[in-house]
Design a protein around this ligand. Structure first.
Ligand code: DGL
Length: 268
């Protein structure tokens, strides 16, 4: 029987991770859940996110027997992984800012961390910087709006490069020598804006965690025994939002392109 993987995010950001998971694991049955009811996570309290993600994941696992979960959200992963791992017995893969690989790439020793305000403020993120980026300068932007711009793009709505430039202004205002030559896309929404961000920083290398996560999932699935499953008569991929009322219907096309024919509602 095929292994069943759930990829979770607050919105469409996790699709950037999902495509890498699918690329490295073409034979899985895929579930994708996004918490559009509470989007964006980047301005929510830690307690609210911990509570919410725990509830969603534990009730999902009870209903849809899955072998592995990917928390494809830096804002959540930087605080919920310990709790989730103690509550659930399946492997949980988190996505956190790719500081370590960026430090290996930078030549001018200036790394930019682009993430939500919450991720930039997290103790976990400060720990990553202390542990792996001691010898480089790390400039951070905690942007509250970039994830929403990515949502607009992914649902085919208008957005402008100026909106994105506004969010990146602190680095655009620097002279070229002071700008980061390596930028960590520390929010899973941002790879959807890779072209636009690259246009604003044509010489920078943009780094995200997607490919590494795809490989990690492959290793874990290879090593894990398939969980005992009952009453499963479908191998169909399923996508779930947490609020159909709030769902932008244009997103359905984006999900179709990713192999999810419809978007259902998941209620705790
Ligand atoms: N995609 C999420 C992340 O990786 C955050 C977007 C949001 O603010 O909800 O951090």
């Amino acid at each position: 029987m095929k292994k069943r993987v759930l990829v979770f995010d607050s919105g469409v950001g996790g699709l950037s991770v999902y495509s890498e998971v699918k690329k490295h694991n073409p034979d899985i049955v895929s579930f994708y859940m996004f918490d559009n009811q509470l989007f964006p996570y980047g301005n929510k309290s830690e307690a609210e996110i911990i509570n919410r993600v725990n509830k969603l994941m534990t009730s999902f696992v009870k209903r849809y027997q899955v072998d592995l979960i990917v928390i494809a959200c830096n804002t959540a992963s930087t605080i919920v992984l310990d709790d989730l791992r103690s509550n659930l017995s399946i492997p949980i893969v988190g996505v956190v800012p790719a500081i370590k690989p960026a430090v290996k790439i930078t030549k001018n020793k200036i790394v930019g961390l682009l993430a939500t305000p919450a991720t930039v403020a997290r103790k976990y993120t400060h720990g990553l910087i202390e542990d792996f980026a001691k010898d480089v300068k790390v400039l951070s932007i905690g942007t509250p709006n970039l994830a929403s711009i990515a949502e607009k793009k992914m649902s085919g709505k208008d957005f402008s490069i100026n909106e994105i430039a506004q969010e990146l202004k602190p680095w655009l205002d620097l002279s070229i020598n002071e700008q980061p030559d390596t930028i960590v896309l520390g929010c899973t929404h941002f790879p959807h804006l890779r072209t636009e961000i690259q246009n604003l920083f044509p010489n920078a290398t943009l780094v995200d965690s997607g490919n590494a996560i795809g490989i990690r999932v492959n290793n874990l699935l290879k090593d894990s025994k398939s969980i005992e499953k009952t009453d499963i008569d479908t191998e169909q991929n399923e996508a779930f939002c947490t609020s159909l009322v709030k769902l932008d219907s244009n997103l359905e096309n984006t999900f179709k392109k990713n192999g999810f024919d419809e978007i259902l509602e998941f209620k705790i």
